[in-house]
Design a protein around this ligand. Structure first.
Ligand SMILES: NC(=O)c1ccc[n+]([C@@H]2O[C@H](COP(=O)([O-])OP(=O)(O)OC[C@H]3O[C@@H](n4cnc5c(N)ncnc54)[C@H](O)[C@@H]3O)[C@@H](O)[C@H]2O)c1
Length: 437
């Protein structure tokens, strides 16, 4: 064995079809599905997808081994994907894409019948958790246990009807009202009891997460609500041998924060304050306009800076930071969010400086490739025999789930961890950049 190889993991081949199920067929899910359909029918480049576009260096630099990730690890191909999901409002992915207004008619036209074919299944929905939406396509089952059983039956019939070899689930539903974990979430037994007793603390996204893991389907959570970030779900994931990941796709303003904050810290520049405000006019913005739903988002966005800057280690630089995050619902912008950051930094002899960022971003355009990567990587993890929280996927999340509750937010460390995990699974040495050359 050369010095560049270790023992590779046994990974089952990615044969057959992979079903990608999204609870929530709104802006993000429809943009994701449309992009995959466009990539496979028209050869459009899947821009922003690390699994499809990034290369990974193997061995020392002189070896010149630098394959694309999807040529290095055995991932499902775009041609092997089939799509499904649930939504209480959208009828199908075409309807969702038109409502979202992210993609232009010229891009939807060539794939419209395929999008229309992704018909939303009736959702497990409770207006109490998302007050701004009225659900009409909702399951008739009212007990939470029966709803979980109905979802498990949906998963099984979707898999059968579409000839799926494997499935994964990615929560792309609305952000639910703020909630802290309670007794019912502490153990699997308590949660199952809670489902049977219709415990008020169990939200719809938790019922999807439970059903998914019970059915042996890996689950990723793209929103900041707890869903799979609960001890009971981790217990179930370990027991059922199912990989899970969360939470809250890292896009837009938080993506910028995790790019800039490590740079300031690398140069030992101080930070006094970071004021972030957004205007957003899509359905997500409307849901987040409700204070209890915004609170869920706020707590996921606020954690980022502290963990990157380590104020306890660098009190002179980062011991006194005002960090404020605001989101305002402003319909004229639709999905084209505008985010402003006013960043107050200081340097040599404490002299203050300011940075201003005006990011005219398209939320769903940034989120769609994350859905693809998470689905493909979770499926890989399952075939590699992994279970429980997949910390190497922290790269994709604003509030990464970690077993020891000490998440890494620095995107460059997260990227290294992601690539080194793939190297190790394939029997290659991790790259530490410490060797000569
Ligand atoms: N776009 C981004 O950059 C980004 C980044 C991070 C997180 N997110 C999160 O991703 C999620 C989706 O964002 P979006 O822009 O597509 O929002 P959206 O409002 O367009 O879509 C969400 C969909 O979820 C549906 N839904 C609500 N409750 C449901 C339930 N119980 N079961 C099934 N479906 C349900 C809604 O009807 C809606 O169609 C949101 O929670 C958002 O906060 C988005």
């Amino acid at each position: 064995m050369s010095k560049n190889t270790t023992k590779a993991k046994t990974i089952a081949p990615a044969s057959g079809k992979l079903g990608i199920l999204t609870p929530g067929i709104g802006a993000v899910a429809s943009t994701f599905i449309a992009g995959v359909l466009a990539a496979r029918s028209q050869g459009a480049a899947p821009i922003g997808s690390v699994s499809q576009m990034a290369h990974v260096r193997l061995g020392s630099k002189e070896e010149n081994r630098n394959p694309k990730i999807n040529e290095f690890v055995p991932l499902a191909t775009l041609d092997d994907l089939v799509f499904g999901g649930w939504d209480p409002v959208s009828a199908n992915a075409l309807d969702a894409a038109r409502t979202a207004g992210v993609l232009e008619d010229k891009d939807l036209a060539p794939i419209s019948s395929e999008l229309e074919g992704v018909v939303a299944m009736d959702a497990v929905f409770d207006n109490k958790w998302v007050t701004r939406l009225e659900g009409t396509r909702v399951k008739k089952e009212t007990s939470k246990w029966a709803q979980a059983e109905a979802l498990i039956a949906d998963i099984a019939s979707f898999g059968e009807e579409n000839g799926c070899d494997r499935m994964v689930m990615v929560w792309c539903g609305s952000t639910e009202a703020y909630q802290e974990a309670s007794d019912v979430h502490m153990t699997l037994a308590a949660f199952e009891e809670g489902l049977k007793n219709d415990d008020d603390n169990i939200s719809p996204s938790q019922i999807y997460a439970y059903a998914s893991i019970q059915a042996g389907v890996p689950f990723a959570n793209g929103a900041p609500n707890l869903s799979v970030d609960l001890p009971c779900m981790q217990e179930l994931a370990d027991a059922r041998n199912v990989p899970i990941a969360g939470k809250d796709f890292k896009t837009g303003q938080t993506l910028m924060k995790t790019l800039i904050a490590p740079g300031l810290k690398a140069r030992m520049l101080g930070l006094r304050g970071w004021f972030s405000t957004n205007i957003l006019g899509n359905r997500d913005g409307e849901v987040l306009d409700a204070p209890e739903n915004f609170k869920t988002k706020e707590s996921s966005k606020l954690g980022v800076i502290d963990t990157i800057l380590q104020p306890e280690t660098y009190p002179d630089l980062y011991g006194n930071i005002d960090h404020v995050v605001r989101i305002n619902y402003y319909p004229p912008r639709g999905d084209n969010k505008e985010g402003w950051d006013a960043i107050d930094i200081f340097g040599w002899m404490g002299y203050p400086m300011q940075m201003k960022i005006d990011f005219l971003c398209r939320d769903s355009i940034l989120a769609a490739p994350i859905v693809l990567d998470l689905a493909l990587f979770l499926d890989l993890a399952a075939r590699a025999g992994e279970s429980g929280i997949q910390e190497w996927l922290s790269f994709y999340f604003k509030a990464p789930q970690e077993a020891n509750n000490n998440p890494e937010h620095d995107i460059f460390i997260q990227q290294t961890k992601l690539k080194n995990t793939l190297r190790e699974w394939m029997g290659e040495q991790p790259v530490t950049h410490s060797e000569a050359g």
